[in-house]
Design a protein around this ligand. Structure first.
Ligand code: PAF
Length: 285
């Protein structure tokens, strides 16, 4: 694996006649990221990954400052799992015209950014769209590989790719979970032992909502039960539990016919804000 610090050097090195799968990351890599790299390697000639902690998508300075940074072990993991090109840029390489400039500026994402993470983290998705549009401009991959854990992020990036007419496919890889069901996340590293145990409850509550939906329980009852179930643990402070249509991200109303039914949550656990989701069911209609 070769590491490149500038867009120019990476672009010069990338093969022109091969399929390229691209895994954008913010580092502090774990088995969830490696599932993305492996899925990428299975279906493409080469895998490119990037590590860039994008300042414009953080709406909380402390979160940006304390975001785990482990570039040496990240590089070793990527190499082991078949990544051939690592792009490790600085802020000036990503934003040569300053962080104000964004190719995605002015895109109205409508309901896709009006709820959940969009409502709770002002500006977050503008920063994500800004950095991903720039990264795609640099890497120009055949396929962009993203994790299902960031369900709303995938929806926003999909919409951005469509609106900007970027010729790239999107491959979404299922969430990788720890033994107790906690979704793997770089931020989990910041949980102490008690918080880590408490965080296991998040998946339990989402699974209960999914089971309730399949059994025909009303949406508002299930959301309330999950919120109070999470809140019973002193170490957890749930922000939302939302059941929604996976295509529009609009709240699901009992009886609606949707292609993909999803439940998602965000929970403050000690110093860390954790998100997770479950696809309840899918149909091809
Ligand atoms: O999901 C992430 O790690 C980030 O939001 C991404 C897609 C790498 C953009 O900074």
């Amino acid at each position: 694996m070769r590491t490149y610090k500038t867009a120019k050097a990476l672009q010069k090195a990338l093969p022109k006649d091969k399929t390229i799968a691209y895994v954008p990351t913010m580092g502090a890599l774990h088995a969830g990221h490696m599932a993305l790299v492996e899925a990428a390697a299975q279906s493409h000639d080469v895998v490119v990954a990037s590590i860039f902690v994008n300042p414009t998508q953080f709406n909380d300075e402390t979160d940006l400052d304390t975001y785990p940074r482990t570039p040496k072990s990240d590089a070793a993991l990527l190499k082991k799992h078949g990544c051939k090109y690592l792009y490790l840029p600085g802020v000036n390489d990503i934003y040569p015209n300053g962080t104000e400039h964004s190719a995605a500026e002015g895109i109205d994402f409508g309901p896709l950014t009006a709820t959940m993470e969009g409502a709770n983290r002002p500006g977050h998705f503008d920063g994500v769209a800004q950095v991903v549009s720039r990264l795609l401009e640099i890497v120009q991959p055949t396929t962009l590989v993203l994790g299902q854990k960031d369900y709303q992020q995938v929806a926003v990036i999909r919409a951005m790719v469509q609106r900007l007419d970027i010729p790239v496919s999107i491959l979404v890889v299922p969430t990788v979970r720890a033994k107790d069901g906690l979704a793997l996340s770089s931020r989990n590293k910041r949980l102490n032992k008690k918080e880590r145990v408490a965080a296991g409850t998040i998946n339990v509550q989402l699974a209960a909502v999914a089971a309730g939906l399949r059994a025909g329980w009303p949406v508002d009852v299930l959301e309330q039960l999950a919120l109070s179930g999470l809140g019973q643990n002193d170490l957890l402070d749930p922000e939302y539990v939302q059941i929604f249509d996976g295509d529009t991200l609009l709240p699901y109303l009992d009886g609606d016919n949707v292609r993909e039914l999803v439940v998602a949550t965000a929970v403050q656990c000690g110093p860390v804000r954790l998100i997770d989701n479950r696809i309840v069911n899918q149909s091809n209609s």
